[in-house]
Design a binder for this molecule. Structure first.
Ligand SMILES: [Zn+2]
Ligand SMILES: [Zn+2]
Length: 296
C-alpha cells in the first residue's frame, strides 16, 4: 500500500530497537540509505545518512563504498567539528577502499574550498579480515572483520566484549588466597572475547554460510534485500541476500544458532511494511520467529 511504503521510505525517520546489550537506532532501505547506531557501544555501522544523533558516536565502521552506505561519512566528521566535539572520530574501513576514500575526502574538501594548508584527513583505520582491532576509545570492545561477497569489496565484522575472567581452577578460592596468588605473580585470569554484535554489510546469501561464527553473536544484523520468489535470480545478480537464503542458513545451523536477535535490514524499496512482515511470517521457521526481526 502506498501509505505504508512512504512510512518506511523516509531515511530520517529512525527505527528503534532494544536488545540486552545496546539499543539500535537507524534506518536501512536498499538504495536509499543505511546507518545503524549502537549508542551503548559507542559504535555505528555505515553512514548513508547522518542525523544529529550520530554526532555523539566516536567509532564508525563502513562496510563498503556504495553511496547509500557511505556518502555522509564526511558530514559526520564536519558536523562534529562544527558542534565543537574535540575528540577525533575513528573511522574503520575495509583495507581495499581506504585509498579511494582518502582521495574522495580530499576532493570533497577542495570542492568546498578548504585551503590545501588547512586540509587534514580524519583518523581512518584500514581493517583486514581476521585481524582483531580494539576500538580507539573503547578498549573493552574488539572488532574482527570478515569478507563477504557483494558487487563491490565489502566487509562485515563481529564486535566482541573483551574481558578477563578468573580461571576455572581458582573459582573456589577466598579473597585472601587470590591476593596471595597475585603476590606470587600467578596468572589467575584468562582472556575472554564475548561476541556481542555481528553485521554483514550488503552480501549474497552464501556469505552467511561462509561465516557461521556470526550466528554465535548475541545480536546479528544481516541484509535481506529481496523477499519474493521471483526475485531470487535478481538477488544473485545484484549481490544481495534473498529471504530464502536466510531461511536456508537458519535451517542449516539450527541448534548452533545462539543469537538473541537476528535483525534483517536493507529491504528493497519496492516492498511495503505489511508485505515485509507477511513474508517473514510466512517463511521464517517457527522456532526462529521470535528472534528474527525486520528493521523497519
Ligand atoms: Zn546497500
Ligand atoms: Zn551495496
Amino acid at each position: 500500500m502506498a501509505s505504508e511504503s512512504k512510512y518506511i521510505h523516509n531515511a530520517l525517520k529512525q527505527v528503534h530497537l532494544e536488545t540486552s546489550c545496546t539499543s539500535i537506532n537507524g534506518f536501512s532501505i536498499s538504495g536509499l540509505a543505511t546507518y545503524l547506531q549502537f549508542p551503548e557501544l559507542d559504535f555505528q555501522v555505515d553512514m548513508g545518512e547522518c542525523p544529529l544523533s550520530a554526532t555523539s558516536i566516536n567509532h564508525v565502521f563502513l562496510t563498503h563504498a556504495h553511496g547509500d552506505h557511505a556518502r555522509c561519512l564526511m558530514r559526520h566528521h564536519s558536523l562534529r567539528k562544527m558542534m565543537g566535539v574535540e575528540r577525533d572520530s575513528a573511522y574503520y574501513l575495509p583495507e581495499m577502499i581506504v585509498e579511494g576514500a582518502k582521495e574522495w575526502i580530499r576532493s570533497e574538501a577542495m570542492f568546498e574550498g578548504v585551503p590545501e594548508s588547512k586540509f587534514r584527513l580524519p583518523d581512518i583505520f584500514a581493517v583486514e579480515p581476521g585481524k582483531m582491532v580494539s576500538l580507539k576509545y573503547r578498549k573493552d570492545l574488539t572488532l574482527k572483520p570478515f569478507c563477504v561477497k557483494h558487487s563491490v569489496p565489502t566487509m562485515g565484522a563481529t564486535l566482541f566484549l573483551h574481558k578477563r575472567k578468573l580461571k576455572e581452577e581458582f573459582l573456589g578460592k577466598t579473597a585472601n588466597e587470590i591476593i596471595e596468588l597475585r603476590k606470587n605473580n600467578v596468572e589467575i585470569t584468562r582472556e575472554v572475547y564475548e561476541p556481542l554484535l555481528s553485521f554483514t554489510g550488503d552480501c549474497l546469501g552464501e556469505s552467511l554460510i561462509q561465516n557461521p561464527e556470526i550466528f554465535k553473536s548475541r545480536i546479528l544484523v544481516t541484509e535481506c534485500t529481496f523477499l519474493d520468489r521471483e526475485d531470487e535470480a535478481m538477488s544473485r545478480k545484484k549481490g544481495h541476500t534473498h529471504l530464502q537464503h536466510i531461511v536456508d542458513a537458519l535451517n542449516k545451523f539450527d541448534d548452533e544458532i545462539t543469537c538473541e536477535k537476528i535483525i534483517l535490514t536493507h529491504f528493497s524499496m519496492k516492498y511495503s511494511e505489511r508485505h515485509i512482515r507477511e513474508m517473514l511470517d510466512q517463511n521464517v521457521p517457527e522456532k526462529f520467529k521470535e528472534k528474527v526481526i525486520p528493521f523497519i
